[in-house]
Write a protein that binds this ligand. Sequence first.
Ligand code: HEC
Length: 237
Amino acid sequence: MRTFIFAFFFSYLSMISGQVMASTDGIHLDEVEVDLSDKASLQRGAKTFVNYCLSCHQASFMRYNRMAKDLDLSDAQVKENLMFASEKIGDTMTVAMRAEDAKKWFGVTPPDLSVISRSRGTAWLNTYLRTFYIDDTKATGTNNLVFKDTAMPHVLWKQQGYLHHDEETGHLTPASEGSLSSYDYNVMVADLVNFLAYVGEPSKIQRLELGKWVLLYLFLFFLVAYPMKKAFWRDIH
Ligand code: HEC
């Protein structure tokens, strides 16, 4: 029986890892820490998202005023730093570009990123945003390690610089310098992925905060209930 359970367990494991390998062509995915309680990181990620992603992608499940509340920002701060003048604080994060235009320019419509952290996973996103490399055969001039032949250009090239891909070893090496060191660029992407994880599951922030109060309540309740139980049972024993 035990062998059977082990066999079952391992075949299940290899099934899962097989799927991951298949979806990324065997490329190693770099994990990234997701910390929804780190509001400073989420605020930086929001800023990067608005400045560099929202022109093509929307996050239509997310409203600006909800984001303000969750990220400990005032409506005025969000209006000033994260929104275009024409938008209202109750609007969702949609793009100015029309879907048909985007399709004409890129051949595909840039997908809505509301739940991308759940469909692709945060490690995939973290790797995707750091592995654009020069490929002159592509219209955008770049290709990507985990999303082969992606129609998305390397939008953060100013920060990261360009990477060269060695066909033989598969390694990426810097071909030109960006404005950020590779450490700072990794932090920028980690914050952005953290923000996308939040966008994918905004109510998780409330759950985490509520969870603390529930535990405190249970503890206090125990302090009252235990002496009471003792008092009630004293005569019966
Ligand atoms: C100039 C337009 C443009 C900008 C700006 C842009 N993207 Fe994209 N993105 C695209 C297009 C087009 C695709 C579709 C690629 C394909 O299907 O080949 C895409 C695809 C993606 C995907 C893969 C989605 C999938 O199919 O699973 C992710 C993730 C993504 N973008 C994230 C981002 C992030 C994060 C930013 C901001 C740093 C960003 N994009 C900025 C055009 C853009």
